[in-house]
Write a protein that binds this ligand. Structure first.
Ligand SMILES: C[S@@+](CC[C@H](N)C(=O)[O-])C[C@H]1O[C@@H](n2cnc3c(N)ncnc32)[C@H](O)[C@@H]1O
Length: 391
């Protein structure tokens, strides 16, 4: 049975965004409809909750940051005021359990409203049955829309958080990529195609900060974990290098056309901490937001000591095969819906079989050893309108 997605508090839409559906008639689509159409195929797999140990680790690393700001906000809010929180890019909710628990633990008997935001194609039924039984006292509101659009009424959000979601490009891949690259970060800095992705990512981040500045109350917070590039802008992950190699082999063996190869990308751009900070510390944003905390670090291995505590020599046989299967399931859970835009199902299976063969029994070749930026932003009392007058 399909559960209905409720959207009980329609946002004020200052830019004339209109209704939140994807449209479908013959008139010229609005910017919202174009964005909705281009990203609407993005979704995590139905079994994402059981194939996202890496992402769950990212959100549990975010929880101490959330706990600190929740304590501050709880002390400053009037008694009886509902604590209004937004989770941007919640997917099917498995990774939202730790953040919501941390928030609930710090607000005493104050009521929590948790607004769950993700793209329309997200599996909203799985989300609902994941979070609601865990938190019977929380008022959940479901918002099937992009985080790069207005979401809430002006000045109503106390705390917004996001983990492993802001690096997905709001309009999907702006252009295809050459040279076997699956992410623009696999091209050298300054490469003309990479610059187009970089620009899209910058625009998304700045749009998000501007929109949230209208919605978050003065003194409220955004707490984000943004999957990031290495400090020189590249992708350090072993799994990304192996996937690029598998794609190159398919090109060399004529298993995909040149056109398919360009389209065969994952629309995530990994910003460096410098890029993340540049947007917060320039233009209007430097007046609207202040950086309260920032941490940039390599996340621990999601498969724990099982994998990362062992040397390559100890990683043989059935054990290695079991880990490699888990790694491929994890990678497929978040990349398949993007790869399906370029490949048919047979090509997709060939691609993963090649990645598995390239790992050659060594899970280190598919390791998800990612960098993350954890950032806490506090909303100032400057109104978005005041800053326009100043400028
Ligand atoms: C890798 S998952 C992370 C999910 C969850 N936060 C976690 O840590 O497991 C990325 C999520 O971000 C969502 N997402 C990507 N772009 C989005 C956008 N523009 N607006 C809202 N959600 C978005 C995807 O649909 C997906 O559910």
């Amino acid at each position: 049975m399909l559960l209905h997605v409720t959207d009980t508090s329609r946002p004020v839409q200052p830019h004339g965004a209109g209704d939140l559906s994807c449209g479908g008639d013959s008139r010229e689509p609005t910017r919202q409809e174009k964005m909705c159409r281009r990203t609407s195929s993005l979704r995590m797999s139905i079994n994402y909750n059981s194939n996202s140990s890496a992402q769950a680790l990212g959100s549990s690393t975010l929880t101490p940051f959330l706990a600190r700001v929740t304590t501050k906000l709880n002390e400053s809010l009037p008694k009886g005021e509902v604590f209004n929180v937004y989770d941007y890019g919640c997917a099917t909710g498995g990774s939202s359990i730790a953040p919501i628990t941390a928030i609930c633990d710090r607000i005493g008997d104050r009521k929590l409203r948790a607004n769950m935001v993700d793209l329309p194609m997200n599996d909203w039924d799985v989300l609902r049955i994941t979070v609601e039984p865990q938190f019977p006292d929380v008022d959940f509101v479901y918002k099937p829309q992009s985080m790069y659009l207005p979401i809430a009424n002006e000045g109503t959000v106390h705390l917004g958080y996001s983990s492993y979601a802001q690096h997905w490009l709001g309009d999907g891949a702006p252009i295809g990529l050459p040279e076997g690259a699956m992410w623009a970060n696999q091209l050298p800095p300054g490469h003309q195609d990479r610059l187009v992705w970089e620009e899209s990512s910058k625009r998304d981040w700045e749009t998000l900060l501007a929109l949230r500045a209208r919605e978050v109350v003065p003194g409220g917070f955004l707490v984000f974990h943004i999957q990031s590039s290495s400090s020189c802008g590249g992708l350090g992950e072993a799994c990304a290098a192996t996937m690029q190699q598998a794609k190159l082999e398919m090109i060399a063996d004529g298993e995909i056309s040149v056109e398919q190869a360009r389209k065969m990308v994952v629309p995530e751009y990994l910003k460096s901490p410098t890029e993340i900070l540049a947007s917060v510390t320039s233009g209007a944003n430097q007046l609207l937001w202040s950086v309260e905390e920032l941490q940039y670090k390599k996340l621990p291995c999601p498969l724990g000591e099982d994998l990362c505590g062992r040397s390559e020599n100890d990683l043989g046989g059935d054990f290695a095969d079991k880990i490699i299967k888990q790694q491929i399931d994890m990678l497929r859970a978040f990349t398949d819906s993007s790869l399906e835009l370029a490949l048919d199902s047979e090509q997709l299976e060939t691609f993963w079989a090649r990645a598995q063969r390239l790992a050659n029994g060594n899970p280190k070749k598919l390791e998800f050893d990612v960098m993350g930026t954890f950032i806490v932003l506090k909303r100032s009392s400057v109104s978005p309108v005041d800053h326009l007058i100043c400028a």
